[in-house]
Design a binder for this molecule. Sequence first.
Ligand SMILES: *Cc1c(COP(=O)(O)O)cnc(C)c1O
Length: 426
Amino acid sequence: MAQTSQSATRRPRSPFPPGGRHWPDLEEEMKARSAKDKDFRHGRTAIFFFYAEQEAYEIGKKAYYEHFSENALGNGRAYAGLASMERDVLDYGLDMLHAPNTGRGVFTTGGTESIFLGMKAARDFHRATREKRAGRRHNIVMPVSGHPAFDKAAIVMDVDIRRAPLRADRRVDVAAMRELVDADTMAIVGSAPCFPHGVIDPIEEIGRIADEHGVWLHVDSCVGGWIAPFFERIGRDIPTFDFRVPGVRSMSADLHKFGFCPKPASTVFFRSSEDVDRSTFRLGAWPSGLYTTTTFCGTRPGGAVAAAWAVLNHMGTSGYENAARGLAAMVDAYVGGLTAIEGLEMWAKPDVTILNFGSNQFDIYAVAEQMLKRDWLPGLTSVPRGMQTMLSMQHAPVMDQYLSDLRESIAAVRQAGAVGTIKATY
Ligand SMILES: *Cc1c(COP(=O)(O)O)cnc(C)c1O
C-alpha cells in the first residue's frame, strides 16, 4: 500500500511514559529542550512575544499561577472572584474603545475566537434581518491584508470571503471595497492596524459603506486594540477606529498582544447587548440542563483572566501611556535607522508598532536569510516582498545590534547578488 509522505517521514512515536519522574528532573529536561530556542526575551524574534516592563511581566505571571487551576467556565457560580475580574477587564475595554452604555464584551482565548464570535453575531443578524436569496451564499468583504482568522470563520460557517485591494499606502481601497458589497454581504471588515503592513484602514470611510448598506462592520484591532488608544492619548496621529465611528458594530482586541497580558487572552466587544446575545450559545438539549457560554470554549483558563485583571490594574492609563511613549520613540528610532540604510525602504508608514520594509535594489529575502544566520528570527511579507517586525520593549536595547547586523547582511547580499529562497510563513 502506498504510504503518504507524512507517514513515511514521521518521527518515531513517543511511548506513553511509565511515570515517577519528579520536578527537578523534569525541569532540567524542559530547560534542555528549550535551550536552543530563539532568545525571544532579548528581542531576537520579530513576532510572537510582547513585553512592556518587568513588573507587569512578573505581576502577570504571579496572578496567573495564583489562579491557574480555576475555571472561567460557569458564569461565576464557583469562582465569583474570577467572574468579577472578568467583568472589570471588559468594562475597561469598553471604556477605552468609547463604546456606548449599551456595549458589551466577551473575554476569549485569542484573536481567532474573538473574530469567530464577531462573525457569528454578524451572520445571525444578517439572517434575522434579510430575506434568504435562493441559491446565494453569504459573503464577508475584507481587505487583502485581513487576518486568516476570518477565512477560518468563513470556512466553518460555509460563507465566502471577498478581498478588496489596497491603496498605495497599504490601507484598503474603500471604493473597491464598496464594489464588492452586495445584498448577501453579512459583514465588512477593517483592521486597526493590519498585521502585514501595520497601517490602520480608513475605518470612518468604511463606516459609511456600513451605513449605506445597513451592513455589519467589524474592526479587527486584535494586534493594536489595547495600545493604539494610548498612542492617541499621548498625541500620536491615530485615525479614529473605534466605536466613535457610528457604523462599527463589533471589535476584536487581544490582551495577549499589546495589552501585555499572559496568553491566552483576548476580547471582543459589541455595540449593543442584542449583538452579544447573537454571539452567545444557549444550549439545553442534553441531560445536564441549560449550557450557556458567550465563548466557543467551554473550560477556560482562570489564570488568564486573573492575570489580565492584575496587569491592567498595575499598568492603568499611566502605564499604557508610558508604554506607548516608549514604543513610539522606539518605532521612530528604528524607522530612522532603517531609512538611513542605502536602498532600504519602508513599505508603509507605521501607525503603531509594526514595521514592514524592503528594497528595489537587492533581494530582501536574501537579507532575511542572512539575519537568520545571525540568530534573528525575521517576519516576512510576500506582497510586497518584505521584512516585517512587531516592536515591543525587548527590542529597544538591541536596536543598534539589529541595525548593524542588518547593514552587514545587506552588504553580503549586495556583494553576492544573492536571491533568497526563504518562504513567507507566519
Ligand atoms: C494576531 C491577530 C489575529 C489573531 O489572533 P490570535 O490571538 O493569534 O488568534 C487576528 N487579527 C490580527 C490583526 C492579528 O494581529
